[in-house]
Design a protein around this ligand. Structure first.
Ligand code: AVI
Length: 323
């Protein structure tokens, strides 16, 4: 008997995704489903890990180039605008930019979009406390729904997509996503996208396989989610986190590895799935970019690079784009 309600639309969307992903070769699940409330909390811990450099690198850009960034996002003469942030999380870096915009007396409303209601409540509470003058209009949605809303969003907008979230898309999805972002942009609208740059492959790999095992817990939490929400019986003692980085493709790929031959029953699907010993489920891509690749990608999506900023070490780039 299915234990969870298959009538819940969010659950049935997850159920459909899992059914399709586990029938593929290799088996695949989307990293989009990492972010239940426990997963969002684990991701907050990842961002503070010594090995996970992207968050600090992007915060350094915001600290060093905050004023120029704020100016590039709110061009002179632009009226009251919306600062829409896709995948806002805890908004720690964004606060640096928000402060800069408030200090410059920019007239704007901050519209953070995040799929996790828990993360959003935390963010809104902190913003009310730390930046009481800020106007906030939170949106709890996934990216696809938020993109649809952008089409009818009134007034000038600056859309933020930070933290190298763009790296979690495969090449075709990435281009499609950028084209969808570009479509509703008027001449005064801006996009700010954070890209993790290619660097020492060992540093990149370590960022996704930290010594404390937080990234492993983050990946394995997906199975806990399936156990809870779909009535699956994944035995976490027989699954491992594994990750590799290819400097040729620029992709970090993360996997859940079945450490023995096993069967997993998924009640909501009324299905039993076979896993061979050492078979993997591919759970995440995190692409790393070069500056020429970013320029080419922007051009393909019908966007132009207005300006970009990197941290002093050249680890990360925040790129301002316009249609
Ligand atoms: C959210 N995203 C940009 C993170 C990344 O770096 O790909 C997610 C993550 N996965 C493992 N560690 C962090």
């Amino acid at each position: 008997m299915p234990q969870s309600s298959i009538l819940n639309p969010a659950t049935s969307e997850l159920a459909q995704h899992v059914a399709a992903g586990l029938r593929k070769t290799p088996k695949t699940l989307s990293s989009m489903y990492f972010y239940d409330d426990a997963g969002s909390r684990l991701f907050q811990q990842i961002m503070a890990l010594p090995e996970y450099y992207p968050t600090r690198a992007e915060a350094a850009i915001f600290q060093q180039h905050g004023r120029a960034l704020a100016a590039a996002l709110s061009p002179a003469g632009s009226p009251d605008f919306s600062l829409v942030e896709l995948g806002a999380g805890d908004g720690a870096k964004t606060k640096l930019l928000l402060r800069e915009l408030l200090q410059g007396n920019a007239a704007f409303t901050y519209a953070p979009v995040d799929i996790s209601a828990g993360a959003m409540t935390g963010l809104v509470d902190t913003l009310r406390r730390e930046l009481p003058a800020l106007r906030v209009a939170p949106v709890v949605e996934d990216y696809a729904t938020a993109l649809t809303q952008l089409r009818t969003w009134p007034g000038t907008k600056a859309v933020l997509f930070l933290g190298s979230n763009i790296g979690n898309f495969g090449p075709a999805e990435r281009l499609n996503f950028l084209r969808q972002l570009a479509a509703p942009l008027g001449p005064a609208d801006r996009l700010l996208i954070g890209f993790d740059l290619q660097k020492d492959p060992r540093r990149i790999r370590a960022a996704y396989d930290d010594a404390q095992g937080v990234t492993a817990a983050f990946n394995l939490n997906l199975l806990t989610r399936l156990n809870r929400e779909l009535g699956a019986d994944f035995d976490l003692a027989h699954w491992q986190h594994y990750t590799d980085y290819s400097p040729l493709s620029g992709a970090v790929r993360s996997f859940l590895v079945s450490t023995r031959a096993q069967q997993v029953h998924i009640a909501a699907l009324e299905e039993t799935v076979d896993f061979a010993a050492w078979e993997v489920i591919h759970t995440e891509n995190s692409f790393k970019f070069t500056l020429p690749q970013i320029e080419a990608l922007a051009a393909e999506a019908g966007l132009r690079v207005v300006t970009f900023f990197t941290d002093a070490a050249g680890d990360f780039a925040d790129v301002v784009l316009a249609a």
